[in-house]
Design a protein around this ligand. Structure first.
Ligand code: SAH
Length: 362
């Protein structure tokens, strides 16, 4: 369903912070306590329409509906892993774009992985999310909407969030930051900042900006290679930023926030997984208070990246540990429904695959 011209003119009310909502209510000539009521409906009771807001008068609800957007992203697919309960969701946005999100169930609580853009323009060689390029940035409310809908659908508490779905969060900086502030607002879901991880391919100036925001979120850097030359082969963003500058920005992030950096390292067979790669990686990040998350690359049909075999992944980890570097191998969640990041969205957008169906539609 395409968004009508009228809908497009509506203001995105769920992306407004409390002060903005108060100003908006004042403009409408409403008492200031209305802002608190409305904010609670939007960010605690997670209302999907103004109709649900029963402590507002019918006439105010009608006025709001005429000028503001309140709809949450609509679920169109929900896949559940029989192995570990991981769930993948496909949501349709009001302009027809589709995005994917994942719910992972860990012993420490539920974690949602959100998309920050519809598509991506970073072009990483092993990633499915970037194959169709960037369609558009997501708004703060569309990022919140993924969390809110999963919470509503499952009825479960969600304590952790990772921005590791489709898109580059630091390529959509302002909306992403607004999203973080709304998600961690005590008037809303009151998420703990320490339970949020932002993953970036390394947009240097925005890592530094984020460091200055006085937040306590974890920064995960998608490193994937121990040298500038190798990184260029896997990640086009490396043509824009020198590896040394990326790491300087990470040091700055740690200095400003005290938060340890996570280095993500997807192991691609024969490309970045040799013993000498491990040695160079150890030398590169040895001085950091951080840890390395090793991810055997998830094969994507359109890409010729082969995963590193299990024993070699273990050997890579052991070699890093010999240098005193803390490394973990990422546990694969929802192996039976997974496919690489971005593949569910991609398959949905390809009509011939979509027609085959096969998964349980909502
Ligand atoms: N744009 C952000 C977040 C998106 S992806 C970033 O680059 O960090 C989250 C992580 O998954 C990144 O480390 C990304 O490089 C990695 N990734 C993407 N596709 C993958 C694949 N097919 N196999 C393994 N890791 C992949």
């Amino acid at each position: 369903m395409e968004r009508s011209v009228l809908e497009m003119k509506k203001k995105d009310i769920r992306s407004m912070n409390f002060a903005e909502l108060q100003a908006e209510m004042e403009l409408l000539g409403e008492k200031s306590f209305r802002a608190a009521q409305l904010y609670q409906w939007l960010h605690q009771k997670l209302a999907g329409s103004f109709d649900e807001m029963t402590n507002l008068s019918a006439s105010l609800r009608m006025r709001l509906d005429e000028s503001y957007l309140c709809a949450l992203p609509q679920p169109v697919r929900r896949l559940r892993s029989k192995i570990d309960g991981t769930e993948k969701y496909l949501f349709r946005l009001s302009d027809g774009n589709v995005i994917e999100s994942v719910l992972m169930r860990y012993h420490y609580g539920n974690s949602v992985c959100i998309s920050t853009q519809a598509g991506c323009r970073m072009g990483c060689r092993f990633c499915a999310s970037t194959l169709g390029g960037l369609s558009r940035n997501l708004t703060a409310s569309e990022m919140l909407g993924q969390v809110y809908q999963i919470k509503k659908i499952t009825g479960e508490k969600i304590s952790h969030l990772v921005a590791m779905g489709t898109g580059e969060p630091l390529d959509n900086y302002d909306n992403f930051l607004k999203f973080i502030r709304l998600l961690t607002d005590e008037r809303g879901l009151d998420f703990s900042q320490r339970n949020i991880t932002a993953s970036t391919c390394g947009i240097v100036e925005n890592i530094r900006r984020l460091a200055d925001e006085k937040l306590q979120i974890t920064l995960a850097l998608s490193l994937h290679a121990p040298t500038q030359e190798k990184r260029k082969k896997l990640m086009p963003v490396a043509f824009r930023y020198e590896l040394s500058d990326v790491l300087d920005a990470c040091r700055y992030y740690f200095k400003k926030t005290g938060r340890r950096i996570t280095f993500e390292y997807s192991l691609v067979g024969g490309v970045n997984d040799s013993a000498s790669d491990a040695d160079m990686l150890a030398a590169l990040i040895g001085g950091f208070k951080g840890h390395v998350n090793l991810i055997p690359v998830n094969p994507v049909r359109e890409r010729d990246c082969a995963p590193t075999p299990g024993p070699k992944v273990q050997a890579f980890k052991n070699r890093l540990e010999k240098y005193g570097i803390n490394a973990t191998i990422r546990r694969e969640m929802g192996r039976d429904i997974n496919g690489a990041c971005g593949q569910l969205r991609k398959s949905y957008m390809e009509p011939e695959v979509r027609a085959e169906g096969g998964d349980a539609a909502l």
